[in-house]
Design a protein around this ligand. Structure first.
Ligand SMILES: Cc1ncc(COP(=O)(O)O)c(C=O)c1O
Length: 362
């Protein structure tokens, strides 16, 4: 494709070029039916094939245990901030526990308070969310209905390297910004969910992976379209699904399989992030924001001391074809989002640019 930049956007974010090419080729006439995938019924067998393929391929890529269901739901990741308490809080003991390691966890906890009590088991505020504090088991109420964490903190560039053991309390994970970028054992989780817009395609839809015993207990006030039980019963089709999002997601995970699966994505993510962290670690000019023990392999955050140089960096980078490197307004500085679809060459070229920039102005 012509005129493509290296797109470091945090989300929506870069897609594999092969996926976009396929969408382009198939858009007018999907597999010879004479109509586009975005103009046919979600109930037709030709779409159900896509839906089934997306589910079975995701299970294969993640070695998903048999007692888990996969749902596709509207509203992106934040809709799950409501769906989780509505489906997992028990009718007579409405309590959810939250690990606050960044903005998304904070918002999730705030939303849960509408439906019941919340408990904060850990809060990274004192580290300005650039480090994840140690988890003390005693801070978790063993009677809590679930414990919610964010696997990768998109704004701050931190992640959990290993996940806390919450015992009998089901662990719920928002994996929006690192799903399918590293191997995880799903049997350690009650629910894992993710918005599509980083490693799964385009925004507005979320995948929910849920252990079977947690399904079917939604609170009475749960809106119909947030009830996990209904999505299981209706094969994620309680109303018109976002056909296009599922279609793109299926292409994205087929692409992941072709690259060698999640283990290859993980190796690539380690390699790409190391390239950037190495430049940063060897520099007195740039400052890495995340604590070494929690560095993300998806969002690399750093800064330059002088504001004027920061502006210059962002402008010059954009002129060189490195798009959307500006950090989130709450954090400032620079953020390179290097999700699965970011090619190694993009990161290699960025690391060369960073060294060049330091040499010129440092
Ligand atoms: C970890 C995480 N959770 C939640 C969200 C919010 O996602 P959405 O806009 O799909 O609600 C984001 C941002 O994309 C995110 O990075």
């Amino acid at each position: 494709m012509t005129n493509r930049v290296y797109n470091f956007s945090a989300g929506p974010s870069t897609l594999p070029e092969h996926v976009i090419q396929t969408v382009k080729e198939e858009l007018l006439d999907y597999k010879g039916i004479g109509a586009s995938i975005i103009e046919i019924s979600h109930r037709l067998p030709i779409f159900e094939e896509i839906l089934d393929s997306a589910k079975s391929l995701f299970s294969e890529l993640t070695n998903l245990p048999k007692n888990y269901k996969i749902l596709f739901m509207h509203g992106g990741a934040q809709m799950q901030f409501s769906a989780v308490p509505l489906n997992l809080m028990s009718h007579n003991f409405r309590k959810g526990s939250y690990f606050l390691t960044g903005r998304w966890g904070i918002l999730a906890e705030k939303e849960a308070k509408r439906y019941g009590k919340t408990e904060i088991v850990l809060d990274g505020k004192e580290y300005e969310y650039l480090e994840i504090p140690e988890f003390d088991n005693d801070s978790l109420d063993s009677g809590s209905c679930y414990a919610h964490l964010t696997t990768n903190n998109t704004l701050f560039g931190t992640r959990w390297n290993s996940f806390p053991d919450t015992g009998k309390v089901p662990l719920v994970a928002d994996a929006t910004s690192d799903i399918l970028s590293r191997e995880i054992d799903y049997s350690n989780f009650g629910v894992v969910y993710a918005g599509f817009q980083k490693n799964l395609g385009i925004p507005g839809t979320a995948i929910v992976i849920i252990r079977e015993d947690l399904i079917g207990n939604a609170l009475p006030e749960t809106p119909k379209l947030l009830d996990y039980g209904l999505y299981v019963k209706e094969n994620s089709l309680p109303n018109t699904i976002n056909v296009f999002a599922i279609y793109v997601m299926n292409l994205v995970i087929k692409w992941i399989k072709k690259q060698g699966g999640v283990s290859e994505m993980e190796k690539l993510a380690m390699k790409k992030s190391k390239l950037l962290y190495d430049v940063l670690d060897n520099s007195n000019f740039y400052k890495i924001l995340a604590h070494p023990k929690n560095r993300s392999t998806m969002n690399v955050t750093f800064n330059i001391n002088e504001n004027i140089l920061l502006e210059k960096f962002l402008n010059e980078a954009e002129n060189e074809g490195f798009f959307a490197l500006k950090g989130h307004s709450l954090v400032g500085g620079i953020r390179a989002s290097i999700y699965n679809a970011m090619p190694l060459e993009g990161v290699e070229e960025l690391s060369i640019f960073m060294k060049y920039f330091e040499k010129k102005y440092g």
